[in-house]
Design a protein around this ligand. Structure first.
Ligand code: URA
Length: 215
């Protein structure tokens, strides 16, 4: 499906979604029930990027509505005091891989420009990458979540915070503990990011006042 406008001209999530609605850029279009674009607050400070829709997500057309999503909800609520409606959630792939197999490189490449534009449009302070696939996509290199989780990395002027995928924590106590620790760090990182923005705004306002004083 050719785009009506180039991706960089699209500044609205609904328009981006409309351009994907009948997507046939990879073979997953043949097996999907619903495309899972993403949802939440379009102006969120926190954006989560998972791997790909599973069975329940494919059925409902919404990200993280199965068991991993329930854990994500709990972490959001209990550690950060947030609800789904306060954050934005999307996936690297917008369509479910059969039997929940790993995404293939050609599927990731087909979805990548849309995923990156989705992040630019939401423009969050922090992108939390859930697991290896989204972390590799944003860092643009092969990394292992076990090695780099819980430390923020600045990519294109934005904080990227890799954590374990909640699905990996469902049946592994140690992984769940690490995920909980990382969510606590995320709370601190969010406060720090908010303060930076406030400082930047104050300094812009002060500069504006100084300019006015010149006249
Ligand atoms: N796992 C993901 O990576 N994404 C979902 O939406 C659900 C499970």
């Amino acid at each position: 499906m050719p785009l009506q406008r180039s991706l960089s001209e699209i500044s609205d999530l609904d328009e981006l979604k409309n351009n994907l609605d009948d997507c046939g850029r990879c073979s997953l279009s043949g097996s999907r029930t619903n495309l899972v674009f993403g949802n939440g607050d379009p102006n969120a400070s926190l954006m989560f990027v998972g791997e790909a829709p599973g069975f329940h997500e494919d059925q409902k057309g919404e990200p993280f509505v199965g068991a991993a999503g329930k854990l994500l909800d709990q972490l959001l609520k209990q550690i950060l005091g947030l609800n789904r409606s306060n954050v934005y959630i999307a996936n690297v792939l917008k369509c479910r891989p059969p039997e929940n197999r790993d995404p293939k490189p050609e599927e990731i490449s087909a979805c990548k420009p849309f995923m990156l534009r989705q992040i630019e449009i939401v423009d969050p302070l922090i992108v939390v990458t859930l697991g290896n696939f989204s972390t590799r996509l944003l860092l643009d290199r092969t990394v292992f979540i076990s090695k780099i989780h819980g430390e923020p990395i600045i990519i294109n002027n934005r904080r990227v915070f890799p954590v374990y995928h909640p699905a990996a924590a469902l049946y592994a106590t140690k992984t769940k503990e690490l995920l909980i620790e990382d969510f606590k760090k995320l709370g601190d990182l969010l406060i720090e990011a908010d303060r930076d923005i406030e400082r930047e705004q104050n300094s812009k306002e002060n500069k504006g006042e100084e300019q006015l004083d010149l006249f």
